[in-house]
Design a protein around this ligand. Structure first.
Ligand SMILES: [Zn+2]
Length: 494
C-alpha cells in the first residue's frame, strides 16, 4: 500500500534528508538539524512482537534492521557503538533465511508487547495497575457554569473503564477532598486555601501512609491497583463502585459559599487544590498512571499559585506586563508550579487543565506543570461551549475518535557518535542522563538522552534538535560507515 504521509511508517519527519558531515557544514545550515517524532506511531501496520527487544550491552540501543549480523558466530554488531553482542539462546535458530521480525529491512519501526512483571520473585503479587483519575473542580462559578461542569464530569465518569480509580477534589476559598468510600453521608477533608502544603502534610491530614516508595521486597500485601487498601477504600474507588456516590455528591455540590466582597474577585485556591490532588496521588506506587483533571473557572487569587489580587481594580497581568517584567505575582506562581511539576514527574502523573472563563485563568503560570507532564489544555469561554464539551468527552471516549491516552512514557535516543542531542521541544521532562551523545548546547529539555513522558497519546509530537560533534570529520577514514543512525525507543503503558 502506498504511503502518502511524509512521516512514513516510522512517524519521523526530518528537517534535512541529507545531513552535513562536519561541524562547519552544519553551521551553514540555517534550519537546524531536527526531527519531529510521534512516540506512538500513527500507523497500525507496524508489526507487534510478543517479546522484549534485544539491547546492546554497551549503549543499550535495540537490535534493529541496520545491525550487522554474523549468523555463524551468532553475533550482532551495534550500528551505534560497534559493540559485538552475542545473541541469547532463544535466538539460536537465527539464519539468513530465518530472521526475527526486527531484522527485516522493511520493519524500521517495530512494537514490542512486554509482560509487565514488576516483582520477579513473586509474580502473582504484582498488582494490575489501572489508571487513576482525580477530578479537581472549581466551585467559584456562577450556578449556570457549575451545572455545565458537573454534567460534563458525570458523563466522563460514565465513560471511564469500570476498574479505573476515581478521586474527587472541589475547591473555592478552601480545598475539599471528598471521601468517596464513605457513603452514609458526604465526608470531606478541608485544606486551608491560603497556605502552601507539602505532599507529606497532605498525606498526614488525610491519614494516609506514604506508600510511594519503591520497595525492593516487592509489593506489600493487601495492595490493590498500586495503592494501599486505605487509599482505595476511602478516596480512590473503581469508577463502577463510586459512580452513584459521585453523582449524588455532584448533585448536592453548591457554588463556593464564602462571601465575595463588592468590587472583588472570588477567593480561589487553585494552587492548594492541585497540591492536595498531587499529594493524594503521592500515596500510590511508582508505575501507577494517573491524571489530575482540573476544571477551572477563573484566576487563582488565594495562596500558592496566585496570579492576581482579589481587588477587581487591579487587572490580570497582560502580555505587555509579562514582557516588561511588571507582573508582580508571575515569578512566584511559576516557581510554585515548577515544584508541582517536579513532584508530578517524580510520581509519573499528569496534569490536565480545562479552563472556562471570559478573563484569563493563568495558563502562562501553570503551563510548566502541564507541559512537563504531557497534559492537555483546553480553553473555552464557557463549560457549556462545544469547545469544552466535545474536547472533554474525547479524552474519555473509546474508539476511532479516542485520543488513546497512555501513561508512564519514557523516550530514549541512540545516535551515531558524530551526533549530539541538544534537547527536545515538546511535552516531556529531561531525566538528566548524561552521555557522549549529549550536547553542551541545550535547547528545550536537554542534558540527556532519556526523557520522561508522564502522559502521551496518539497525537503527541516531539521535536528533537541535533548537533554534530565538534571533531573535524573532513578526514573521515574510508573504513568508517558513511551513514548516520538514529534510534527512538519509546516505552509506555497503554
Ligand atoms: Zn551499542
Amino acid at each position: 500500500m502506498a504511503n502518502s504521509d511524509p512521516e512514513g511508517v516510522d512517524g519521523v519527519r526530518m528537517t534535512w534528508n541529507v545531513w552535513p558531515r562536519t561541524k562547519l557544514e552544519a553551521s551553514k545550515c540555517v534550519i537546524p538539524l531536527a526531527a519531529s517524532i510521534a512516540p506512538i506511531p500513527p500507523h497500525s501496520d507496524i508489526p507487534t512482537l510478543p517479546y522484549a527487544p534485544l539491547r546492546c550491552r554497551t549503549c543499550s540501543a535495540a537490535l534493529n534492521a541496520y545491525s550487522r549480523v554474523d549468523f555463524l558466530a551468532k553475533i550482532w554488531i551495534c550500528p551505534f557503538c560497534y559493540q559485538r553482542n552475542q545473541f541469547p539462546p532463544h535466538y539460536a535458530m537465527i539464519s539468513e533465511t530465518n530472521l526475527p521480525c526486527e531484522l527485516y529491512p522493511q520493519y524500521t519501526t517495530v512494537q514490542y508487547t512486554l509482560q509487565t512483571n514488576p516483582d520477579p520473585n513473586n509474580p502473582s503479587n504484582a498488582p494490575q495497575l489501572q489508571p487513576v483519575f482525580v477530578f479537581v473542580l472549581d466551585t467559584c462559578m456562577i450556578e449556570e457554569e457549575l451545572v455545565f461542569a458537573k454534567s460534563a464530569l458525570k458523563q466522563a465518569i460514565g465513560l471511564l473503564p469500570e476498574q479505573a480509580l476515581v478521586g474527587f477534589v472541589s475547591f473555592g476559598t478552601q480545598a475539599h477532598v471528598h471521601e468517596l468510600g464513605f457513603t452514609e453521608m458526604s465526608k470531606v477533608y478541608v485544606f486551608k486555601g491560603s497556605k502552601e502544603i507539602s505532599k507529606e502534610q497532605v498525606l498526614e491530614q488525610l491519614g494516609l501512609p506514604a506508600a510511594g516508595r519503591r520497595s525492593t521486597a516487592g509489593y506489600p500485601k493487601g495492595l490493590q491497583n498500586g495503592f494501599t487498601n486505605t487509599v482505595v477504600n476511602r478516596f480512590l474507588l473503581p469508577a463502577s463502585d463510586c459512580e452513584f456516590t459521585l453523582n449524588s455528591l455532584l448533585d448536592e455540590l453548591q457554588t463556593d459559599q464564602w462571601p465575595v466582597q463588592a468590587g472583588h474577585r472570588a477567593s480561589r485556591c487553585t494552587g492548594v487544590a492541585l497540591s492536595v490532588a498531587a499529594g493524594l496521588l503521592g500515596a500510590c506506587l511508582p508505575g501507577t498512571g494517573a491524571r489530575i483533571i482540573a476544571l477551572v473557572g477563573g484566576p487563582c487569587t488565594e495562596g500558592p499559585g496566585t496570579i492576581v489580587s482579589k481587588d477587581l481594580s487591579e487587572p490580570v497581568r497582560s502580555h505587555k506586563d509579562l514582557f516588561k517584567d511588571a507582573a508582580p505575582y508571575f515569578k512566584k506562581a511559576v516557581k510554585f508550579y515548577d515544584s508541582l511539576a517536579k513532584q508530578l514527574v517524580d510520581q509519573g502523573h499528569v496534569l490536565d487543565l480545562f479552563a472556562s472563563a471570559l478573563d484569563q485563568v493563568g495558563v502562562a503560570e501553570m503551563k510548566v506543570a502541564i507541559e512537563r507532564t504531557g497534559g492537555l489544555v483546553v480553553l473555552a469561554e464557557s463549560f457549556g461551549h462545544s469547545v469544552f464539551k466535545d474536547s472533554f468527552k474525547l479524552v474519555f471516549e473509546d474508539g476511532e475518535q479516542s485520543l488513546g491516552l497512555c501513561f508512564n512514557g519514557m523516550l530514549e535516543i541512540s545516535c551515531s557518535k558524530e551526533i549530539k542531542v541538544q534537547g527536545i521541544i515538546g511535552p516531556c521532562t529531561s531525566l538528566e542522563k548524561k552521555g557522549p551523545n549529549v550536547s553542551d548546547m541545550v535547547i528545550g529539555e536537554g542534558n540527556t538522552t532519556t526523557w520522561k513522558m508522564c502522559g502521551l497519546d496518539k497525537s503527541t509530537c516531539l521535536t528533537v534538535i541535533f548537533d554534530l560533534s565538534s571533531t573535524d570529520q573532513s578526514n573521515v577514514p574510508e573504513t568508517v560507515n558513511p551513514q548516520f543512525y538514529l534510534q527512538f525507543l519509546t516505552r509506555f503503558a497503554a
